[in-house]
Design a protein around this ligand. Structure first.
Ligand SMILES: *Cc1c(COP(=O)(O)O)cnc(C)c1O
Length: 376
């Protein structure tokens, strides 16, 4: 049986967690949190990284920092996980969904400007599968209309757009370390801040509205309640686990990219025959092997392929019921323009198993079964 995902494990996690216990500091913002933040800062070039309990929480923090409020509008794709929509709906804002590009499954940058109203405050591009959105165009639109940009880079660690790390191009970037992501602490995330002037407020929102971060650094002699906030810092045990994975992140990424390449090679004959479509990565994007998918003819064919693979011990999955057609999307958001691709393409997309440790033989077996399904 081949699982869809096996959480990454590199070997040093237990040792680092033991060290955290021996340090007698297991709450947040200890030595391992610092190591993780510094690693992310040095590898991405972001001004400041704050570890969080999830990508959803990183996005909530970003939403707090943008100052959006009731009635404000935020543009995002409907083909997305719920986090970005949740974070802004919690502030009373309205997610305005626009269509995706069928090639990358990312927000169609050409449709954003038409969705802007006098209530629009920001744009939340999602780098699907660790493949960058067209950030030059998006940043240009944001600049001309005075909008903020929060990058949902949940799947984007160590991926790049035109040589820049995903998550560092907008005003804020959000990473996920959920167990389904390339590097993981089970649950976890990070907020990347592009602007020096956001750092102090971000630290306060993250620490229950207090200036405890300053107090820890010896910059104030007591910490006090400064603003509203919440608790977004992960425990040191999570950070210790994560640090073991960050240390080997290049190795994990390389292994995932090798699996991705093998899928592409072995399945390209199906694409050439016009039977399925495979992921497209623009020349100027460096992806990170987060995901490999095939797009079938339609939903019925996808269901049949999932069943066929399952009968043969292979677990493949689909995801993202478009947000605008989900109950909360109908209640809190709206779709601007025509849904040409969001629903249609989401119904065709099937993700194949991809995890650190998946072997060449397993990938061949999976590709063999996919080809067998199509009588090849
Ligand atoms: C995984 C994921 C999230 C949520 O991450 P959590 O860490 O589980 O909160 C958000 N957006 C996208 C695109 C994701 O893939």
């Amino acid at each position: 049986m081949i699982n869809f995902n096996v959480p990454p494990f590199t070997g040093k996690e237990m040792e680092y967690m033991r060290q955290a216990v021996e340090n007698q500091k297991i709450c947040g913002d200890g030595a391992f949190t610092k190591k993780c933040s510094e690693w992310i800062e040095s590898r991405t070039g972001t001004k400041k990284c704050l570890l969080t309990t999830s990508c959803t929480h990183a996005t909530e923090l970003a939403a707090l920092l943008t100052g959006v409020g009731p009635g404000d509008e935020v543009i995002m794709p409907s083909f997305n996980f719920v986090s970005a929509a949740d974070a802004f709906v919690l502030r009373g804002a309205v997610p305005v969904f626009v269509d995706i590009r069928p090639d990358t499954m990312n927000i169609d940058e050409k449709l954003i400007e038409d969705a802007i109203t006098e209530k629009t405050k920001g744009i939340v591009p999602v780098h699907y599968a660790g493949v960058g959105c067209e950030m030059d165009e998006i940043m240009d639109i944001a600049k001309r209309h005075g909008l903020f940009v929060v990058e949902d880079a949940a799947q984007g660690i160590l991926a790049e757009y035109k040589g820049r790390a995903l998550g560092t191009i907008g005003d804020f970037g959000c990473f996920s370390f959920h167990e389904t992501k390339n590097v993981s602490s089970g649950e976890g995330g990070a907020l990347l801040l592009a602007h020096e002037e956001d750092i102090e407020n971000a630290e306060i929102f993250r620490e229950k509205g207090t200036d405890r971060s300053k107090y820890y650094r010896g910059q104030v002699d007591k910490y006090r309640w400064q603003n509203y906030g919440s608790s977004y810092l992960p425990s040191e045990l999570n950070a210790a686990y994560l640090y073991a994975q960050l240390e080997l992140a290049d190795q994990i990424t390389a292994a995932r990219l090798a699996v991705w390449e093998q899928y592409r090679e072995e399945l390209s004959c199906l694409q050439e025959a016009g039977i399925v479509e495979l992921p497209y990565v623009p020349e100027h994007c460096k992806q990170n092997g987060h995901m490999f998918y095939v797009k079938t003819k339609d939903m019925a064919e996808r269901t049949a392929l999932i069943d066929f693979l399952k009968k043969n011990g292979i677990l493949a999955v689909f995801h993202y019921v478009p947000l605008h057609s989900a109950p909360a999307g109908l209640k809190y958001g709206r779709f601007h323009g025509e849904d040409r691709y969001t629903t249609k393409e989401s119904e065709r997309l099937l993700r194949l198993p991809l995890y650190y440790g998946l072997t060449r033989d397993q990938v061949s077996e999976i590709c063999g079964r996919v080809k067998e399904f199509y009588g090849r």
